[in-house]
Design a protein around this ligand. Structure first.
Ligand SMILES: [Zn+2]
Length: 331
């Protein structure tokens, strides 16, 4: 039995008890809840990870042309893993256990093996994608479609341990981070959650009371929460904030779809979160949203950075430009 991994117990009140077992021993983790864990992942800015993996990709297989390439690859890979361990010990540990569980471990000293390893690093970002897509659907009250859109929610795998001392309590062991988040999403959906997105900052939250709550408790401007800032603003300003932040969420989801469907077999393709274009957009758009909320950018300035036209809008734009051009040449 392989010991390393993330162990969790679910209590009836929704609390998750967690412990992480690394090669160096057990690391205590704070209690959390399913909703907190899922929303927390979306709130985390993982752009630096995507950027680092994008960099690693540029070094893969480069020793075909340059003998020094392998040493460079080892250096960027080593730096990344060291950095990841300090930044996100759970993701690091579960990346290592996922690697350990591979039937065939890629030999990274070969050009093909280095690409396989970079692919594995890209896949280690998959939790961000599955959680983002599912929470977006839940917050929009869109049905969860296990046959298509949300096929990834169909199954998760973990090892169940029974704590036989005096109860039949179960403890689940995960050795892959995506499996852990899929499991949490499955449990979360079963509770028919009331997940809403804040009408000011756009981020997800679950209201504590049944009373209609529009704004969250996050600090967005001048060390004040959305709940304190938004009601004091003019309606026009509130509407503008809602537009900017909901457009940010909508476009992120649209880009996910675009990438997802770009694959040959959309059922098995995972979005490449280290994809250059996507990373660039996410970095710039997240920054623009946050600066807009902090009052540093105007609505127009923020939207100019966040906005990406849909395919139909692009086509319309091109055809109207063509019409103008034809009209110009005819006159
Ligand atoms: Zn908010």
């Amino acid at each position: 039995m392989k010991n390393e991994g993330l162990y969790i117990r679910l209590l009836l009140d929704g609390t998750i008890k967690r412990r992480l077992v690394t090669i160096l021993g057990e690391v205590p983790l704070a209690d959390t809840t399913i909703a907190e864990e899922l929303i927390g992942l979306i709130d985390t800015n993982n752009v630096p990870m995507y950027q680092a993996i994008k960099d690693i990709w540029s070094y893969t297989g480069s020793w075909i042309e340059k003998p020094i390439g392998l040493r460079e690859f080892e250096r960027v890979l080593g730096n990344y893993l060291h950095w990841l361990r300090n930044r996100n010990l759970i993701r690091y540990t579960l990346f290592m256990t996922t690697y350990e569980d591979l039937d065939e471990k890629p030999d990274y000293r070969t050009p093909e093996g280095s690409m396989k390893l970079a692919n594995l690093l890209t896949e280690s970002m998959a939790p961000d994608y599955v959680v983002d897509r599912t929470l977006y659907a839940l917050s929009k009250q869109t049905a969860i479609d296990l046959d298509d859109e949300h096929h990834f929610l169909r199954e998760s795998s973990c090892v169940t341990h029974y704590l036989l001392e005096d109860t039949m309590e179960e403890e689940y062991q995960f050795r892959n981070e995506e499996q852990y988040y899929i499991f949490l999403l499955q449990q979360y959906i079963l509770t028919t959650p009331n997940l809403i997105s804040c009408q000011f900052c756009g981020r997800y939250f679950t209201p504590k009371t049944r009373k209609l709550t529009k704004y969250c408790d996050r600090i967005t401007r001048n060390s004040k929460t959305c709940k304190r800032i938004a009601p004091g603003l003019k309606k026009r300003e509130r509407d503008a904030a809602h537009k900017v932040t909901s457009e940010f969420m909508r476009i992120k989801d649209m880009l996910f779809h675009r990438k997802d469907r770009a694959g040959e077999d959309k059922k098995s393709s995972v979005i490449d979160l280290a994809d250059g274009e996507y990373v660039q957009w996410l970095a710039a758009a997240t920054d623009a949203r946050d600066r807009y909320l902090a009052g540093e950018l105007s609505e127009e300035e923020a939207m100019a950075i966040i906005y990406v036209p849909t395919k139909d809008e692009l086509l319309e734009q091109i055809s109207s430009e063509l019409t103008l051009e034809t009209a110009a040449t005819q006159s």
